[in-house]
Design a binder for this molecule. Structure first.
Ligand code: ADP
Length: 160
């Protein structure tokens, strides 16, 4: 059973993240999506909301599960019994940071490999922060996020 961990902020999950998970589940027996609890960041959605949205998106896939973690990604990878970490690469601009993280994680845990996946090119310009900005300005983001996330964004910004 080869399990892989997909860590991220997922604030909120977009069609780009979903594309990466669907690719990962073809390559591994199971994917654990894990929402990073980062006290330094002020997210739009709480950890519980982000976990709930992800669970809804992947409810039909029994080899995809969702949890959250606090601390080091590699420690959580060991906890869940994952053999590696998935990260998505959209553009060259992602590479520098992701490369540093992958090398540091390798140093912290030599048995955990980082696997980079590229999404369909139509998702390469998508990121959660652009989605939050567009939604806050009441722009239609239904093309970029699943319907449950679109509804949650509308609800968040309904009073602004
Ligand atoms: P983080 O704060 O850890 O970067 P994100 O939720 O923004 O969290 O992203 C989690 C992972 O998913 C990262 O590896 C990121 O590069 C990747 N990712 C985010 N958006 C996309 C996308 N549109 N296509 C492919 N990968 C993506």
């Amino acid at each position: 059973m080869r399990k892989v961990l997909y860590p991220g902020t997922f604030d909120p999950v977009t069609n780009g993240h979903i594309d990466i998970v669907l690719r990962a589940r073809e390559l591994f027996d199971a994917v654990v999506i894990t929402v990073a609890i980062n006290p330094g960041k002020l997210p739009l959605f709480t950890v519980a909301e982000r976990v709930r949205m992800l669970k809804y998106c992947f409810k039909e896939y029994d080899n995809v599960s969702i949890d959250s973690f606090n601390g080091l990604v590699v420690d959580h990878a060991h906890e869940v019994g994952a053999v590696g970490i998935i990260r998505g690469l959209r553009a060259v601009s992602d590479f520098e940071y992701e490369f540093q993280m992958a090398l540091m994680n390798k140093k912290l845990a030599g048995d955990i490999n980082t696997v980079f996946l590229m999404p369909n090119e139509k998702y390469t310009y998508l990121n959660s922060s652009i989605i939050r900005n567009l939604a806050s300005l009441h722009s239609d983001v239904s093309e970029f996020v699943p319907p449950n996330v679109n509804a949650a964004l509308k609800e968040k910004f309904s009073k602004s």
